[in-house]
Each structure stands twice: as structure tokens, then as C-alpha cells.
Design a protein around this ligand. Structure first.
Ligand SMILES: *[C@@H]1O[C@H](CO)[C@@H](O)[C@H](O)[C@H]1NC(C)=O
Ligand SMILES: *[C@@H]1O[C@H](CO)[C@@H](O)[C@H](O)[C@H]1NC(C)=O
Length: 249
């Protein structure tokens, strides 16, 4: 499955000599966001993707339009990005291998901050989950890793659907995974802020969003933004001629 990791590094406290870092990753981000429109990206964008917050963040950021993943699957690209090494060095080509075992005991980005006195806190999908990262690479973090769960998520995964409107009553007790993880990151920014402000201990907080990776699960108001009549199939449904089989996965 194709994976595009869009990374936005945002310094949240410019006043400090050692800046804090909020590291945001999202899974399977599409390049059709309207912020990519322009002479470098002439493809038509139909229908528009509703992403006002991401667009606003991109407008005041350095936007790298030609940044590509190292390999078109999750764990190899994440391991590569997080260790600063290509898959042929990490030896991670699949969703099982852990680079510290198969490639080398390479330092990750959060680990580097940790070794330099930062408080490092992670939640959501940063590393590939499960044994491919020895369960979120404990060496990288000063604080216990947080991954959301609960009834709304259990329901979604149990159904094995590719898209679903989540009933609101299910969300009464518990929000969806990404919302819970984002709430956790906000809580941790607040918690880490005093020490960071006093210059005692800056923070590196990483938040990985599972969306927009399938299954496309959201509440109805998000589906309402994309009426079925506005959706059409691609004009060219064929894979490129002589495309290697491995790319078809
Ligand atoms: C990998 O590096 C970390 C950090 O330096 C260290 O704590 C750990 O023991 C090393 N693991 C191995 C298997 O060498
Ligand atoms: C919400 O919590 C209440 C009280 O714990 C429980 O009875 C109910 O089944 C829960 N609803 C869902 C959808 O999980």
C-alpha cells in the first residue's frame, strides 16, 4: 500500500535558545491538497480536499513539494526518516523487521533529542506499530508512549470496513483514535511547558495521525463535505506499462 508521510516540523517557542519541537506525522497523506497546486504540481484537484487547518499551517511553513518517501510502504519509510538512513542501510524493507536488529543500532530523531537533554514524548503512529519497532522504540522516549484505543476504535476495526460513518452515540464515551492522541499531545505540551519556558528542559513532542490512511472512518459531517455526485473515477484506470510487480501491492 502506498504511503506518503508528510512531515511538518514546527518550532513552537522561538524565544528559547533550545527550541521546543512539535513533530507531526500523518499516514497516507495525499499530494492533492490545494496547497500543492501551482506550476510544480499542475494536476487537477477534484473535488477539493477540505483541509483548512493543514492549509493554514502550510501557508506559514516551509513547504517541500518534492519530498518523497524512501520506499512506498510504511515501516521502511518511517524507519528511514526516523534514523536518517536509506532502507538499504536500515535493512527494513517490510513491516516486520526492526532496524536495531536487522540493520544497526541507529539513533532516531527523538532519541537524539533525548540524549541532548530534551523531554521526548510520543503518541499515535510515529514508528510502524508492533514488533517492527519493538513497540514504538522505547529507547527513543523519556516518557511512556501513548496509543489511544477504546470502544469507538474497537468497533471500527472489528467491522473490517473500508469506510464508515461512525454513529455519534458510540463517540459519547470516547473519541476516535486520532482525536484522543491529539488531546494527549495537547495535554503533554501544557505539562512540559513550564520546564521548557524556564529553560530547564525543552521538549520534543511527536504526534502521529493514523488518518487519512484507510479505513476512511469519520463522523457524518465529514462525509457530507464530499457528496457522491462530486466523485468520479480516474480518467485512466491502468497501471503504467512495465510497472514492477512489487509496486502493485
Ligand atoms: C543501542 O543503543 C542504545 C543507546 O545508546 C543502548 O542503550 C543500547 O544498549 C544499544 N543496544 C544494543 C543492542 O547495542
Ligand atoms: C458508554 O458508557 C456507559 C457507562 O459506562 C455504558 O453503559 C455504555 O454501554 C457505553 N456506550 C458505548 C457505546 O460504549
Amino acid at each position: 500500500m502506498m504511503l506518503r508521510v508528510t512531515l511538518l516540523l514546527m518550532a513552537v517557542t522561538a524565544a528559547l535558545a533550545r527550541m521546543n519541537v512539535l513533530f507531526l506525522v500523518s499516514d497516507d497523506m495525499r499530494p492533492e491538497l490545494s496547497i500543492f497546486k501551482g506550476k510544480d504540481f499542475p494536476s487537477p484537484v477534484h473535488p477539493p480536499i477540505h483541509s483548512p487547518n493543514l492549509d493554514a499551517l502550510a501557508r506559514r511553513s516551509l513547504l517541500l513539494k518534492r519530498a518523497h518517501v524512501q520506499q512506498a510502504v510504511c515501516s521502511p519509510s518511517r524507519s528511514s526518516l526516523l534514523t536518517g538512513r536509506r532502507p538499504d542501510t536500515t535493512h527494513v524493507y517490510d513491516l516486520q523487521a526492526y532496524w536495531r536488529v536487522v540493520g544497526g543500532n541507529f539513533t532516531t530523531i527523538p532519541q537524539y533529542f533525548k540524549e541532548n537533554g530534551y523531554r521526548t514524548i510520543g503518541s499515535g503512529k510515529i514508528f510502524h506499530p508492533g514488533h517492527a519497532s519493538n513497540y514504538n522504540d522505547p529507547i527513543s522516549w523519556t516518557d511512556p508512549y501513548f496509543e489511544a484505543g477504546g470502544p469507538a476504535n474497537d468497533f471500527v476495526y472489528k467491522e473490517h470496513v473500508s469506510w464508515m460513518n461512525v454513529p455519534m452515540d458510540l463517540l459519547k464515551n470516547n473519541s476516535l483514535q486520532d482525536t484522543q492522541n491529539a488531546d494527549f499531545a495537547i495535554k503533554m505540551i501544557r505539562e512540559a511547558a513550564p520546564q521548557a519556558r524556564s529553560g530547564e528542559r525543552p521538549f520534543f513532542i511527536a504526534q502521529g495521525f493514523h488518518k487519512p490512511h484507510l479505513p476512511f472512518v469519520a463522523t457524518m459531517r465529514f462525509f457530507d463535505m464530499y457528496p457522491e455526485s462530486s466523485i468520479s473515477l480516474p480518467a485512466n484506470p491502468y497501471a503504467p506499462d512495465k510497472m514492477p510487480e512489487i509496486c502493485m501491492v
